[in-house]
Design a protein around this ligand. Sequence first.
Ligand code: ADP
Ligand code: MG
Length: 150
Amino acid sequence: MKYKYTSRSEEDTMELAQNFESEKFPGMVICLDGELGSGKTVFVKGFAQALGIQETITSPTFNLVKEYHDGEMTLFHMDVYRLKDSCETVGFDDYFNQDAVSIIEWPDLICGCLPEERLDIKIKVYDENTRIFIIEPHGQAYEDICNSVL
Ligand SMILES: Nc1ncnc2c1ncn2[C@@H]1O[C@H](COP(=O)(O)OP(=O)(O)O)[C@@H](O)[C@H]1O
Ligand SMILES: [Mg+2]
């Protein structure tokens, strides 16, 4: 089952992320796929804000993973756009197994390392301010979340 959500502004996308945040659980994994400028990082910002994270969210260009510990739950923000080593080398499994939420930009690059149970979000740019979100839950927990959020 896939869900569709139309975001008409950056604020809409932030709100969608905040709604998912309210359903968070330790070990939650969200994959954000979409071209540059589609709004992946905006989504992470909305999620982080709802977690109560004060630190500014910027894309983890050099270290692939940024950790935020000052919110209600630890957030791992992964942007693997520039991944050069294999994902095994980076050891993503260690992140996914912690009591934290992981959000991954460009998940296709590490698809072999992703847990089976996760939330896949594909963002399509429709026009300057409109984004189409195609949301696909994998696993019962994520299906339940989509049922309450969407
Ligand atoms: N509906 C929308 N949702 C999210 N971002 C939007 C939307 N409409 C316009 N934008 C703009 O698109 C850009 C998205 O940037 P960003 O989140 O960094 O993209 P990405 O991380 O996917 O490369 C921002 O400049 C944002 O203001
Ligand atoms: Mg980004």
